[in-house]
Design a protein around this ligand. Structure first.
Ligand code: PMP
Length: 348
């Protein structure tokens, strides 16, 4: 009898399985609509000009391959909450922030989740929108959270199901955690308006629900960072709420495979922030010892230089306008060819 005889056969991840099938397909005309990775006019991966320049500067600095500290690159861990909260608000709360470099957005969700799981002041119940990015369930279930769902999207009216959302917020047990897609809700692309975010935030504050922002698309959604950080800034800066934020630079810097992320908590005190950061540090030590250096150096080179930051903002605008144009072209082509779509398929 093998020691591995009881291993279950788990089906492959649907999105990555589709990409493998796509890569293996010899067809000359093919499009991968599964994985969310940006492509240029030639259908190729795009290396952002700001990233090309940051890479050049990193290489000029005679890069070595030493370990980073356990919490990650210090300037990166500082630059990310500053970018997300805005410089002025960051200055106000900087001593109350616990931050840690993470293995992109997924690693950030995991790390923040593992940290929260240790705090008896928060409930082990986590509310996840339905539909959502499928990995949310996997990450939080694996950490031992009780995952509950609420109807986020109304498929009939093709809009946010605000009634179900509010019903959930009004009945959820205090100190439960709510997963909030900071912007560009995956997979619907439907976000609350500013007024709806305000309503959501105010109820969450009143009912003592804990906001956990998944920020995987900042700046990539609208091309405008201020716009895409609206919800986080409203909750933290206007409502003065504590929060968890997991930020990914996979999409907005095109650094997918470099695994560049930062997870941070905004707390209500410098002592609790310091203690919380020590928990993050110990968790990180036990899981990956220290995070990868290269991508974080590129990202912080961009974030710490005004010229490179404005170059990056232009890159964001380039990606957004192309995505928008492609979507419109697809929509127009589908409409123009709708008579070719079998009736059954058109309804699904
Ligand atoms: N959250 C959401 C909603 C996502 O769509 C993604 C990427 N598809 C992630 C987090 C994390 O991606 P990564 O780990 O590559 O940063």
């Amino acid at each position: 009898q093998s020691a591995f005889a009881t291993a279950l056969r788990i089906p492959k991840d649907a999105i990555f399985a589709l990409t493998a099938q796509y890569n293996a397909d010899p067809a000359s005309v093919k499009v991968n609509l599964g994985q969310g990775t940006y492509r240029d006019e030639a259908g190729q991966p795009w290396i952002l000009p700001s990233v090309v320049e940051a890479r050049r500067r990193v290489h000029c600095q005679k890069q070595n391959h030493e370990y980073l500290p356990i919490l990650g690159l210090p300037e990166f861990r500082k630059a990310v909450p500053k970018l997300v909260l805005g410089a002025r608000s960051f200055d106000r709360v900087s001593s109350q922030i616990a931050s840690c470099q993470s293995l992109s957005g997924t690693g950030g969700l995991h790390l923040a989740g593992a940290c929260i799981k240790r705090f008896s002041s928060l409930s082990p119940t986590i509310w996840i929108p339905e539909p959502t990015w499928s990995n949310h369930h996997l990450v939080f279930k694996t950490l031992g959270f009780q995952c509950r769902t609420f109807q986020y999207y109304d498929f009939e009216s093709k809009s946010l199901d605000m009634k179900s959302y509010i019903d959930m917020l009004m009945t959820a047990e205090p100190n439960s955690i709510v997963i909030l897609h900071a912007c560009a809700h995956n997979p619907t692309g439907c976000d609350p308006t500013k007024e709806q975010w305000q309503e959501i935030g105010n109820i969450m504050k009143r009912r003592q629900l804990f906001p956990f922002f998944d920020a995987a698309y900042l700046g990539f959604n609208s091309g405008d960072l201020d716009n895409d950080t609206y919800a986080i800034r409203y909750f933290v800066n206007e409502l003065d709420m504590e929060a968890a934020v997991s930020v990914s630079f996979a999409k907005n810097m095109g650094l997918y495979g470099e695994r560049v992320g930062c997870t941070f908590f905004v707390t209500h005190g410098s002592d609790v922030a310091g203690n919380t950061e020590s928990v993050l540090e110990q968790l990180q030590r036990s899981e990956v010892s220290n995070p990868p250096a290269y991508g974080a150096k590129i990202a912080s080179t961009i974030l710490d230089d005004e010229g490179l930051t404005s170059m990056w903002k232009k890159d964001l605008a380039t990606m957004c306008s192309r995505i928008e144009g492609m979507r419109q072209a697809l929509y127009d082509a589908l409409l123009a060819n709708s008579q070719l779509i079998p009736r059954q398929a058109a309804h699904n």
